[in-house]
Design a protein around this ligand. Structure first.
Ligand code: SF4
Length: 383
């Protein structure tokens, strides 16, 4: 990929219910419920909060057959209330639960690290023959699952997590980005042999640097084998508050800036719907998906000629409903016009109590009194 000429990686399109992913479709935003999957009403309520916040897919865990069966009721409850958003089942350890869930929801996530049990009874190294025997067992169970997905038009996410690789992969590659990539590539080759292409991939870790390395390595390996599946990005266990948001922005944002990524999930230790605005802010900051007005404002300094914070607040309140505009608020004329060159409109301090307004790079109103300036800017934008 060319580091100096941004373009989005060309991925294949995967049909997930009524919301396709990949290709030229917008990078999708999703979240995951944290209510018990056996509590149908609580899950429906939580799904609705995620959807109302802007979530385009909702994932629910299904740790066993009972939970996987209950996805049917949750889905029906949501559809009865008019919500068509695709649901995703999240499965670990239990391929039988994945097979049940695939009949009821639009996509199933499996973890190749725990899809089948290890054949080893001790901690000795895998021989080549043992490695292959276990791979064939995984293949058999995975193909059975894919056949059910084919019957029900269910998409699949191969979700590899650092820290939960299979013993076989750990033994050969260690808990490394290479081990994560190999775990994934082995299943992709099976998908190709079985003619199954409704596949999304994720490689996640709580260590942002490791996660970024693993995904970049995977993209290179997929390109070499002519695989173009869409990618789901996320930093696991990112935490909460500012730390969780920054960690997510660094991990997800770095890859988006590379042009990699077709759906994102910000994982916060907070209510799931709180993840959605953060996800959209990361997409906006990487200019991957524009959904709101962008504000460009200087930090202010000794040259600032008006109350910058109060002015920004006022302008934001009046314009935050507009989509796709860039509005600059700059403290002074010295650096203001040059540094806001990217903006559609500019509000720049011109002298004590005086403001100049810009449309693009052109000054359209000069030295107007500060108390009239916000109104004048809004009138200019409206015009
Ligand atoms: S734009 Fe002017 S007021 Fe704002 S930080 Fe730069 S020099 Fe200071």
């Amino acid at each position: 990929m060319n580091k100096f000429n941004y373009h989005r990686r060309k991925s294949s399109v995967v049909q997930i219910g009524n919301t396709p992913m990949g290709g030229d479709y917008p990078v999708r935003v999703q979240s995951m419920t944290n209510a018990s999957t056996m509590d149908t009403e609580a899950c429906i309520e939580q799904c609705i909060r995620i959807i109302e916040a802007g979530g385009e897919y909702v994932r629910l865990t299904a740790q066993g057959i009972r939970e996987a069966e209950n996805l049917k009721n949750i889905r029906e409850g949501l559809r009865n209330r008019g919500y068509e958003t695709p649901l995703i089942a999240d499965i670990h350890f239990n391929p039988a639960a994945a097979e049940v869930a695939a009949q009821y929801v639009e996509k199933v996530r499996i973890n190749p690290g725990n899809f089948v049990k290890s054949i080893k009874k001790d901690n000795s190294d895998y021989t080549g023959e043992e490695f292959e025997r276990e791979r064939l067992l995984l293949r058999e169970r995975f193909v059975h699952f894919l056949n059910i997905c084919k019957q029900h038009n269910t998409a699949v996410r191969i979700g590899v997590n650092h820290g939960s690789l299979s013993e076989r992969m750990m033994n050969r590659y260690g808990d490394t980005p290479l081990g994560m990539v190999e775990s994934c590539m082995e299943l992709l080759r099976i998908c190709r042999e079985e003619n199954f292409y409704q596949i999304v991939i994720s490689l996640k870790a709580s260590n942002t640097v490791l996660m970024i390395n693993a995904v970049r390595m995977l993209v290179e390996r997929m390109d070499a084998e002519d695989f173009h599946f869409p990618l789901h990005l996320g930093v696991t266990e990112a935490g909460e508050g500012e730390d969780g948001r920054i960690k997510s922005a660094v991990g997800i944002g770095s890859l988006l800036a590379d042009g990699i990524g077709d759906t994102i999930r910000v994982s916060l230790s907070e209510d799931p719907e709180k993840e959605i605005p953060v996800a959209f802010a990361i997409l906006q900051a990487t200019r991957t998906r524009i959904t709101k007005t962008e504000y460009i404002s200087c930090p202010s300094c000794g040259r600032t000629l008006f109350d910058l914070q109060k002015t920004i607040k006022k302008i934001k309140e009046a314009t935050s409903h507009l989509v796709g505009l860039k509005i600059a608020v700059m403290g002074c004329i010295v650096n203001g016009p040059g540094e806001m060159a990217d903006a559609d409109f500019g509000y720049v301090g011109a002298g004590l109590g005086r403001v100049s307004l810009y449309k693009g790079k052109t000054c359209v109103l000069k030295n107007i009194p500060e108390e009239q300036a916000v109104e004048a800017l809004l009138a200019l934008i409206e015009k």
